[in-house]
Design a protein around this ligand. Structure first.
Ligand SMILES: [Zn+2]
Length: 394
């Protein structure tokens, strides 16, 4: 039987393998972010005018139009799980936009990245067009990136009247959801004419304090990611008065970003593009992409590439594998009486078992050694053609 100690050791090794160093795969993804997308996103966001459910119908209609724009943006990137999370505020239906990307190893555990899309007293180029643009661009570059954990990209509504959208989501929609981290982006536009070379990373220093230490660690990781994947410096401060607090109040582990040079124009008609610094938003976007790739554990080896699935007539079962026995079914006469090479590969890409057998019958069984519980790939090779299948060993 597997000992507790061995399972623990395995987990420890997996954790160590995700220790935070510069990662070439993550860098390649970060490099797909563009300044022109950041600029276009903010331009489009501003064009809707003030987006607010608290006042007249024009501003409410702008909020609805911006919601529809967000949905079509995510869908244009290739996301299919785009949900309208509706509730009533001020007698009106208002909507959080929730986009889900499922993880390969922990599909039921979620890293949330969020930023509100409602605005107050103006178009909100900085507050929070900057955060909305950032999240859109990161969602775009990550759509086909395999991650260990699931991700939710969320644009909350009615933040400006008191965190209503995130409160509703945290206390109603997401009840029972296993939330790993919440990463909040609010007002990261900087100030035109100033040297915007630093971003403030916010840790939870409030009550309850059971989650504060984990938030401090997470926030340090955020700062490290930003320094690895952008040109910016970082400083640490405390979290307050934005959507992460709806989660912090429930004991979740949070972190967030806020501009270091603070705009004097938030919540005024002067919160316009001319008064902010879009290249600064772009740098924060790159750093935040690096952070999210780290938080959700993006890993190239999690990808099952179709080019490795030429052997469609080979079935590997059961999955999960139990009792160290795995079966291979050869659903084609051409595959009988062939030499079958089999490899077991761990999630870091290391081959941990190599063997072969002859497919004398339609179904062949292979006895594996005892391996630790976890996710692996079984790679089957027959005459140079491969099938690569992700399996769980229990
Ligand atoms: Zn805001």
């Amino acid at each position: 039987m597997r000992s507790y100690f061995i399972s623990f050791l395995f987990l420890l090794l997996v954790e160590l393998s995700f220790a935070q160093t510069w990662n070439a795969y993550h860098q390649n993804i970060v490099d797909n972010c563009t300044l022109s997308n950041t600029t276009n996103n903010i331009n489009e966001f501003v064009a809707f005018g003030e987006k607010n459910a608290a006042s007249n119908n024009t501003k409410y209609n702008n909020l609805v139009a911006a919601k529809n724009w967000l949905i079509s943006k995510y869908q244009s990137y290739g996301y299919t799980d785009v949900v309208e999370d509706n509730f009533t505020y001020n007698g009106k239906t208002v909507t959080n936009v929730v986009v889900t990307k499922i993880g390969e190893l922990y599909p039921n555990t979620f890293v949330i990245i969020d930023g509100h899309y409602d605005t107050l007293n103006g178009v909100g180029a900085n507050d929070n067009g900057s955060g909305v643009s950032l999240i859109l661009e990161i969602a775009r570059v990550m759509v086909n990136v395999p991650t260990a954990y699931s991700i939710k990209f969320i644009n909350f509504t009615v933040e400006e009247q008191g965190l209503h959208g995130s409160y509703y989501y945290a206390n109603t929609t997401s009840l029972g959801l296993d939330i790993r981290y919440v990463f909040n982006i609010d007002e990261v536009g900087g100030v035109a004419g100033m040297t915007n070379n630093t971003i403030t990373c916010e840790s939870d220093q409030g009550i309850p304090n059971s989650n504060n230490e984990a938030s401090a660690i997470l926030t340090n990781e955020l700062a490290t990611s930003i320094e690895l994947y952008s040109s910016l410096n970082t400083q640490i401060s405390y979290a307050y008065n934005s959507d992460y607090m709806s989660f912090e109040n429930k004991g979740e582990i949070i972190t967030g970003l806020y501009e270091t040079n603070e705009t004097p124009y938030a919540h005024t008609s002067s919160d316009i593009i001319a008064n902010m610094d879009i290249p600064y938003v772009f740098e924060i976007t790159k750093g935040s992409a690096g952070a999210l790739l780290h938080f959700a554990q993006a890993n190239e080896s999690l990808k099952v590439n179709d080019e490795y699935n030429e052997l469609t007539n080979v079935k590997v079962f059961p999955n999960p594998i139990r009792n160290n026995r795995v079966n291979f079914m050869f659903n084609s006469a051409n595959l009988i009486n062939k030499k079958v090479d089999v490899k077991l590969v761990d999630i870091l890409g290391n081959t941990i078992l190599k063997t072969s057998f002859n497919s004398t019958t339609k179904i062949s069984q292979l006895e594996l050694n005892q391996f630790n519980v976890g996710v692996y790939f079984i790679v089957v090779n027959i005459e140079g053609k491969e099938k690569r299948q992700k399996v769980m060993i229990k």
